[in-house]
Ligand binder design. Structure first.
Ligand code: CP
Ligand code: NVA
Length: 335
């Protein structure tokens, strides 16, 4: 396994063993944190957090993880710096890389996060682009491992927008780890061929099954994990009406879940739209006459719903990613 100095731009940057290690390392660091045992893998470092899109979990997770690891995080929002405006991505990368020990980037373009990694000379971690959300995957599959104790024999079903960053990353990560994966989405939102082909290549090696279908009712019957995400990702607001109309049959509600197996959890990366308690919710309710979108409150509040465990695990897993790729201490042998 080789982590030191590496960036994390897509889940494919690491092989099966390395992804498994990051998950186990995150579980280990969670125990250290719970027992107040110091773990200052990044002591004295400075970490830049570049955000061109909003964030609650990712920003909070990188900030707390950096502090716990002994590093100083610095938030650089899109209104604060010149990235891609008055200064090229490459020039910004060179400057930030000369001062900081690692960079997180959240924005639209996968090409930008790759350019930052090419020119900065320090590890770059992808905090979400339109194409992928790799750090989310380590926290999510950590949550699955905590819940089931193993990945063997599991089936993950994703319902909803099959072309977004989370769906792309789930499809590929499950295939790397040998988990059966089904993306249930309407034809117009089914995954791009490139992700399906990549997942199939991994699945051949890991022995998992990859399925793309529009039949959510059939897919959900033997699911151990049912995952959904917002119908309208950040930056896609112009498609709102079309998404609501197309994705309503993919809503995760009690009727859909009436036939799921005993061994079952619901997952959502968050933020979720599940009621009209927010200003956003009230506007949607008024305009489209629906009070819930991708998941109902009844499901969201059930015991099998693990979205808040996932949320907490973002912090432990991001800590594992930063410590493994940029730590000055040896990472433990967890076998
Ligand atoms: N899941 C996730 O990335 O949440 P934020 O957008 O709040 O960071
Ligand atoms: N697909 C969502 C994920 C948010 C964490 C978005 O990009 O807005």
């Amino acid at each position: 396994m080789h982590f030191q100095g590496k960036s994390f731009l897509t889940i494919s940057d690491f092989n099966k063993k390395e992804v498994e290690y990051l998950i186990d390392f995150a579980i280990h660091l969670k125990q250290l944190k719970k027992n107040n045992i110091p773990h200052q893998y990044l002591k004295g470092q400075n970490i830049a957090l570049l955000f061109e899109k909003s964030s609650t979990r990712t920003r909070a997770a990188f900030t707390v993880a950096a502090n716990d690891l002994g590093a100083s995080p610095e938030f650089l929002g899109s209104g604060d710096i010149q990235l891609g405006k008055k200064e090229s991505v490459a020039d910004t990368a060179k400057i930030l890389g000369s001062m900081f020990d690692g960079l997180e980037y959240r924005g639209q373009s996968q090409a930008v996060v790759e350019e930052l990694a090419e020119h900065s000379g320090v590890p770059v971690w992808n905090g979400l682009t339109d194409a992928s959300h790799p750090t989310q995957m380590i926290g999510d599959f950590m949550t699955i491992k905590e819940e089931f104790g193993t990945f063997d024999g599991l089936k993950l079903v994703y319902s909803g927008d099959g072309r977004n960053n989370v769906a792309n990353s789930l499809l590929v990560t499950a295939a790397i780890l040998g988990i059966d994966v089904t993306i249930a989405a309407p034809g117009s939102l089914s995954p791009e061929d490139a992700y399906v082909t990549l997942a199939q290549e991994y699945a051949k090696k890991s022995g998992s099954a990859v399925e793309i279908t529009s039949d959510i009712k059939a897919a959900v019957k033997d699911a151990n994990v049912l995952y959904t995400d917002v119908w309208v990702s950040m930056g896609e607001e112009e498609h709102f009406e079309e998404r609501v109309n197309t994705l309503l049959p993919y809503q995760v509600n009690k009727t859909l879940l009436s036939e799921v197996s005993e061994n079952f959890i619901f997952m959502h990366c968050l933020p979720a739209f599940h009621d009209t308690n927010t200003e956003y919710g009230k506007n949607v309710a008024e305009e489209f006459g629906i009070e819930e979108m991708e998941v109902t409150s009844e499901v969201f509040e059930a015991d099998y719903a693990k979205q808040f465990e996932q949320g907490e695990n973002r912090m432990h897993s991001i800590k594992a990613i930063m410590a493994a790729t940029n730590g000055s201490l040896f990472i433990p042998d967890l076998n």
